[in-house]
Design a protein around this ligand. Structure first.
Ligand code: COA
Length: 339
């Protein structure tokens, strides 16, 4: 197989039906709808019921992305499944092989990507590289999360922010780089020196989870919000500029900024720093909160179904998350109907 670009050709999303409003949280925690709305822009988030896993959401979103791409879920539909998640079904094995099997996609390559809130863009970069290297024709790329399983329900600083959900795309080999949907530029970055800003301390080889540990709550997700806020704006702005420069697009020419949906104030500050009018920033977090690796494909599916993203428009994707990690991708929007 020869070198060729990779293009987005299918888009699907799935949100679990249980919706938690700010008022629901205020009834249980020392918080208010007013604080959550003004400090984050979030009004509601979805949560799985006990027993529903990240893999379950990934299967739903994956099925829809295949349908959107006009593909039946059967062997030969895609050559690989890449699943970005912070909340795999098990520490071992990866969740992607199970998702591929449950979708009936045959004995194809399937692997997880762990880059927290940047995970979907890391997965897109990896899948696109497999296609351009000639290792695959089509790849199902999924971002799926169940943060409700790792959040301390008593911690008001994190439990009001995160939500569960999944989004997926099909990437396929394209004839030429002028084809709409082609990933024109990709930028990835990381800074492990600041790994402690976002972490689940226990449960890995550094700090195993065993009963009777001095810090039994080390299994919960922790975040230093203020420092994360500042780093998110700075790194996403730098990465966005870098990817735009690499393909010769100016910031003024970007029609839609689809940033990681962490906080409306972060999106606003990012647009301002880039010099992109605020109204070009897609905002979906008001309905779903921060869904980490699922946030970009969920925002894309929402904006495309609302008619905001139109074929041929210039779209900039950018994300930031634990690791620290960040990344950006630029593409012209294809003629795709989300499922
Ligand atoms: N309800 C009411 N008060 C709350 C609260 C809540 N849910 N959460 C925190 N507070 C309080 C704090 O205790 C603090 O009180 P104090 O001044 O008496 O100490 C006050 O509100 C301000 O807290 P602070 O953390 O400084 O608020 P903030 O304006 O930085 O907003 C975040 C907090 C988490 C919303 C914000 O920092 C943020 O969005 N960070 C990025 C997080 C993110 O999305 N990361 C994901 C990976 S990119």
């Amino acid at each position: 197989m020869a070198y060729r670009p990779a293009a987005l050709m299918g888009l699907g999303s799935y949100l679990p039906p249980w919706v938690i409003s700010n008022e629901d949280l205020a009834a249980e925690l020392d918080t208010t709808d007013e604080w959550i709305t003004t400090r984050t822009g979030i009004r509601a988030r979805h949560r799985v019921s006990p027993g529903t896993s990240t893999g379950d959401l990934a299967v739903e979103a994956g099925h829809r992305a295949l349908k959107s791409a006009g593909l039946d879920a059967e062997p030969g539909a895609v050559d690989a499944v890449v699943l970005a998640t912070t909340t795999p079904d098990h520490p071992c094995p990866a969740t992607a092989p199970d998702v591929a099997a449950r979708l009936g996609l045959g004995p194809i390559g399937a692997y997880d990507i762990s880059a927290v809130c940047s995970g979907f863009l890391y997965a897109l970069a990896t899948a696109s590289a497999q296609i351009t290297a000639g290792q695959a024709e089509r790849i199902l790329v999924i971002g799926a999360e169940t943060y409700s399983t790792i959040i301390n329900p008593a911690d008001r600083t994190t439990s009001v922010i995160f939500g569960d959900g999944a989004g997926a795309v099909v990437l396929a080999a394209a004839d030429d780089s002028g084809q709409p949907g082609v990933l024109l530029g990709v930028d990835l970055g990381s800074d492990g020196l600041h790994r402690d800003l976002i972490s689940i301390p226990a449960g890995g080889s550094r700090q195993r989870s065993t009963p009777g540990e001095p810090d039994p709550d080390g299994r919960y997700f922790t975040m230093q919000g203020k420092k994360v806020f500042a780093a998110a704006v700075a790194r996403m702005a730098e990465s966005s500029t870098s990817v735009l420069d690499s393909i010769g697009w100016t910031t003024e020419s970007v029609d839609h900024l689809v940033g990681h949906q962490a906080n409306a104030r972060i999106l606003k500050a990012l647009a301002k720093q880039l010099g992109i009018p605020e109204e070009r920033a897609v905002v979906h977090l008001d309905r779903v909160g921060n869904t980490s690796a699922a946030s970009i494909p969920l925002a894309l599916a929402h904006a495309a179904s609302q008619g905001t993203l139109t074929p041929g428009s210039r779209v900039l994707l950018t994300a930031f998350g634990g690791g620290l990690t960040w990344g950006s991708v630029a593409l012209t929007w294809p003629d795709v109907t989300p499922a």
